[in-house]
Write a protein that binds this ligand. Structure first.
Ligand SMILES: [Zn+2]
Length: 135
């Protein structure tokens, strides 16, 4: 993630936010509608505790801006914020909208094992365009 040059899109997603502290990518995986990853853009950091106060407030405010756009667009019942980094230890936050028809109410949504099917390309592009104007 450090070496990535802030692309508008990559194989995993389409950028919907380019901020001072982060980029956010709507994911192509069909795991959950609106699934978005916000990536810290700056020196390499694995833990949010490594951020200076100004960086921390900037990062989390941008996370909230993106989450707010997802809420307005997808109208979920609840938003989940997952800052894990066990597999990819560069600071990033998974934004996962949760809907009424949910396979695991009351728990984190389990990541699918193995291959992740993708949303139709036109769906991802249409949603990314709409979200960009909301962020
Ligand atoms: Zn890094």
């Amino acid at each position: 993630m450090c070496a990535q040059d802030r692309p508008d899109e990559d194989e995993h997603g389409i950028r919907i936010h380019a901020g001072r502290y982060s980029d956010a990518y709507l994911q192509r995986a069909s795991w959950q509608l609106g699934y978005t990853i916000v990536m810290w853009r700056g020196r390499h950091i694995a833990e949010p505790t490594e951020l200076a106060a100004e960086e921390a407030s900037g990062y989390w405010l941008e996370v909230l801006r993106v989450a707010s756009a997802l809420q307005r667009h997808y109208q979920p019942v609840k938003m989940n914020y997952q800052t894990l980094g066990n597999a990819v230890p560069h600071l990033h936050t998974h934004l996962v909208p949760r809907f009424a028809q949910d396979p695991a109410p009351g728990r984190p949504l389990p990541f699918p094992e193995g291959e992740r099917p993708r949303l139709p390309e036109e769906t991802v592009r249409r949603d990314a365009l709409a979200l960009r104007s909301l962020v």
